[in-house]
Every structure is written in structure tokens, then in C-alpha cells.
Design a protein around this ligand. Structure first.
Ligand code: PAF
Length: 277
């Protein structure tokens, strides 16, 4: 496994094996990332993982400074998972000058996660476009845990006609249902016990929808009220269309319930796809 820090060295290394598949990450790898790598591996001769905590996608009061950085453990996990190249640029390598050109995801930037985290998706899309230009993969894997991020990047690739296949991967969960996330480690022992409630509520909402209940607004409000009763501060729970995360019509059958809520000072997100017949 090669650990590479500069774009020049990355280009030189990848010239030898141009057939590559890419897993962008911010490090602090867990089983969710390993699943992305496992999906990537059989698709190309060379699997590239990037580890870069991207300041541009964090708001001024968010956790950029304390975001867990565990490089040595990340390298060990990448090696064990059979990664060929780990790209670990520093900030000057990705942003050698102020980033005055950005990718603006328009509508998706202003709803749900976009509304709660202004400029977040612009930061994500901008860094991912830059990473794509550096790695030049034929495919890239993104977890559906960050559902809106996946939709933003899928649409970016399509609208800019980038020759890259975006492959979504299912969310990996702990045995009690909590979606794996680097931010779970901010939770206290008590909060960690409470945290699976978010997914449990999504499952309950899915069951109601599948049982034929179409009172979407009431279902959403009940979900949020239940979280609030247990000490959470929900940002949103919303039933949306899978295709574009807009509000659906009664005829839509491919839905996703997306949610974000704070437990103490930790903000957790999750989602659940719902198929109606
Ligand atoms: O999902 C993440 O870890 C990040 O948002 C990404 C895609 C690596 C961009 O910084």
C-alpha cells in the first residue's frame, strides 16, 4: 500500500495503473468505510482512498477542530482491507490558494441538511470535484448514510458530464440499529444507549407508511415529538422522494425518510428508504 501526500506523486503513481476506483473519506475509518472499500475493490485494478478533513464543508460553529483524526489507525485498516493507494493531502495541497471557484448545488443546498448547515454541500461538492480531478477514477463509492450528499454528488457528476460512475452503498449499523458514524464517539455512555431511538422511529414511520397511512405531516410531527420527549432536539424528520429529496405526491412510491437531531451536543443524521406498492 502506498501512502501519498502530494498531487504530483499521486498522478505519477496512478499513471502506472489508470484503472482506479475511489473512496473519498475524512478518515477515522470504521466498518462503514470498510464496506465502501470492499465494494470498491473488485471494480478496478487499483483502489484509492483519500483521507482529508475538508474545512470548506464545516460551518464556523461546527466540529472541524475536534473532528477525530486517527491517521495511523486509518492506514492499518486500509492495509488490512487491501487498499492500494491512500491519498493524505494537507490543506495546502488541496487549497494552494483561496478557493474562489466553487460548485454550487442550487436547490439541494437549501433544503434539509443544506438548510441546517449553510454552505455544507457547496464545500462537499467543491472538494469532491477537486479530488475527482486529482484521482481521475472511473467509479467512486459513497455511503447512503449521507443520503443528501450522495444525491448532490450523483447530480453533480451527471450535470457536469464527468466520466465517473457514482455507486451508493447501504448504511452499516451497529447491532442495536445505530448507523455507524465517526461522530458516534462524541456520545456519552448514556447517550449511546439512547441513540438507536432515531433509527427505531424511522422504522416505525416506515411501517405506518407501508400500512397505508398517508398523513405525512402528522407522521413527521409525531416522529419529532417522540425524539423531543426523550431529550433530543430534532432539526427535521421528513418524508421525501428518493429521486430528488423534494416533497412527494400521493402517487410517489419510492420514498426516503431523512432525519437529523441533536442528542446533547452531538448531531446525528440517519435515513430509511421506503418502498410503497
Ligand atoms: O462523506 C465524507 O466523508 C465527506 O463529506 C467527503 C465525501 C469525503 C468529502 O469531504
Amino acid at each position: 500500500m502506498d501512502v501519498i501526500h502530494s498531487v504530483a506523486a499521486l498522478r505519477e503513481r496512478l499513471e502506472r495503473v489508470p484503472n482506479n476506483v475511489f473512496v473519498p473519506t475524512m478518515g477515522n475509518l470504521h466498518q462503514g468505510h470498510i464496506q465502501l472499500i470492499d465494494i470498491a475493490k473488485p471494480r478496478a485494478a487499483c483502489t484509492v482512498v483519500s483521507v482529508f478533513v475538508n474545512r470548506l464543508q464545516f460551518g464556523p460553529r461546527e466540529d472541524f477542530e475536534r473532528y477525530p483524526r486517527t491517521l495511523q489507525g486509518d492506514f492499518d485498516q486500509c492495509r488490512a482491507a487491501g487498499v492500494d493507494v491512500v491519498f493524505v493531502p494537507d490543506e495546502r495541497e488541496i487549497y494552494p490558494e483561496p478557493q474562489t471557484f466553487v460548485v454550487e448545488p442550487s436547490d439541494l443546498e437549501h433544503i434539509l441538511e443544506g438548510a441546517a448547515r449553510p454552505k455544507h454541500f457547496r464545500g462537499v461538492a467543491t472538494v469532491v470535484l477537486k479530488l475527482f480531478n486529482m484521482v481521475r477514477p472511473h467509479s467512486a463509492i459513497f455511503g447512503k448514510k449521507d443520503y443528501q450528499q450522495y444525491i448532490v454528488l450523483r447530480d453533480m457528476v451527471r450535470q457536469f458530464a464527468l466520466p465517473i460512475e457514482i455507486i451508493p452503498a447501504e448504511t452499516v449499523r451497529a447491532s442495536d440499529g445505530l448507523a455507524l458514524s465517526s461522530r458516534n464517539q462524541y456520545l456519552s455512555v448514556e447517550q449511546r444507549k439512547e441513540a438507536p431511538r432515531l433509527y427505531a422511529i424511522l422504522c416505525k414511520m416506515r411501517d405506518e407508511l407501508q400500512a397505508g397511512n398517508r398523513e405525512i405531516q402528522r407522521i413527521e410531527l409525531e416522529g419529532m415529538a417522540e425524539l423531543a420527549r426523550h431529550g433530543w432536539r430534532p432539526d427535521y424528520i421528513a418524508v421525501r422522494r428518493q429521486a430528488d429529496l423534494q416533497e412527494g405526491t400521493p402517487d410517489d412510491t419510492h420514498l426516503v425518510i431523512v432525519a437529523a437531531a441533536r442528542l446533547g451536543s452531538t448531531r446525528l443524521i440517519d435515513n430509511l428508504e421506503v418502498e410503497l406498492c
